[in-house]
Design a protein around this ligand. Structure first.
Ligand SMILES: [Zn+2]
Length: 327
């Protein structure tokens, strides 16, 4: 049973968080601790990666997400397994979702939005829900981790909504348009750009039209996924009646350092937050080990480099030409 059915809005989310901080000591302690976490900023040449030493996140970064481990554990996003202190607000966009306060935050406001049904993590059938949720939560950044791209529950569909501008990506995407973005397709209904020279490269969609957002998104999925959902982290903000969607393609789930032994090990499972430029290290020794070179190495392993991402360009243009010329 959920606690209430709501009309989703930023105000509703803000109220939920305040209520949870009053009623849930674990959440209150973790949000308080977040205000004291250590961070460091690294300049990667015109853009920033910020590291966050956050011991409470060991539950996520260290989570085993292989099929066998997933099968054995109770699903922590299913309604009947949620802690009793958790307020469970439900809403419907296409299908039924829950709005939940994340008790292990990386952001000063951090929500998890699972579907009520226990279904595998995937975006292709839920893109419209994702866009509508983003429009309703217009104060926040909505993101999605592919099942092999940082999701700690690959077996249960979910999104996350977080305070905007805490990931460097949010601010940078507004200002780096000219230097790192190349417009591929520009129509009256919106644009699709290539994002390069950013260590985690991908695509940016800007549009006021839900239909156009879907058209561009599925075009990218067709080109990059060859019939399947490509591994990705997806970000979305809705401002001034416009969606701004950033799709970062992923090459690998984790860097080799994750499984290394001793000195060489760095416990990181990069997800959307890390790809958004907020690099989480739950262990002190890893936080101290980070340098610009280490960051470039890790992002280089899990994301596409400039040349690799540019290779998608011709296929995108050819596919777009076909779509456009369809009656
Ligand atoms: Zn579940």
């Amino acid at each position: 049973m959920t606690d209430a059915v709501i009309t989703l809005s930023s105000e509703e989310a803000g109220r939920l968080l305040q209520e949870q901080l009053k009623r849930w000591p674990l959440a209150a302690a973790n949000y308080h601790a977040l205000r004291l976490v250590e961070t460091r900023s690294y300049d990667l040449g015109g853009f920033t990666i910020r590291t966050q030493y956050n011991p409470a996140r060991i539950v996520s970064s260290g989570a085993k997400t292989d099929a066998k481990s997933i099968e054995k554990r109770p699903c922590f996003l299913c309604l009947h397994h949620l802690p009793k202190e958790q307020i469970k607000l439900s809403f419907r966009f296409g299908e039924e979702y829950l709005l939940l306060c994340n008790p292990y935050p990386i952001f000063s406001e951090h929500f998890t939005i699972p579907s009520v049904a226990h279904q595998p993590q995937e975006i292709t059938s839920r893109l419209e829900d994702f866009l509508r949720i983003s429009r309703a939560l217009d104060k926040y950044t909505l993101f999605y981790n592919g099942p092999k791209s940082g999701a700690s529950a690959p077996d249960h569909a979910h999104f996350q909504a977080v305070s905007s501008y805490e990931m460097p990506l949010d601010g940078e995407i507004d200002t780096i348009q000219t230097s790192r973005e190349r417009i591929l397709i520009d129509t009256e209904e919106g644009s699709l750009s290539l994002l390069t020279h950013y260590v985690r490269n991908g695509f940016v969609i800007r549009t006021k039209s839900l239909e156009q957002a879907k058209r561009f998104f599925y075009l990218l999925c067709n080109v990059a996924g060859k019939g399947e959902e490509p591994d990705m982290n997806l970000f979305c903000r809705y401002r001034n009646e416009m969606w701004q969607i950033v799709l970062i393609l992923r090459k690998a789930h984790r860097p080799w350092q994750y499984a290394a032994q001793g000195e060489e090990q760095i416990l990181t499972s990069p997800g959307a937050a890390d790809v958004g430029g907020l690099f989480i290290t739950p262990r002190r020794e890893d936080f101290d080990k980070i340098t610009v070179a280490v960051l470039r190495d890790i992002y280089g392993q899990v994301c596409y480099n400039d040349a690799e991402i540019a290779e998608f360009r011709d296929k995108i243009m050819a596919n777009w030409h076909n779509i456009k010329n369809k009656p």
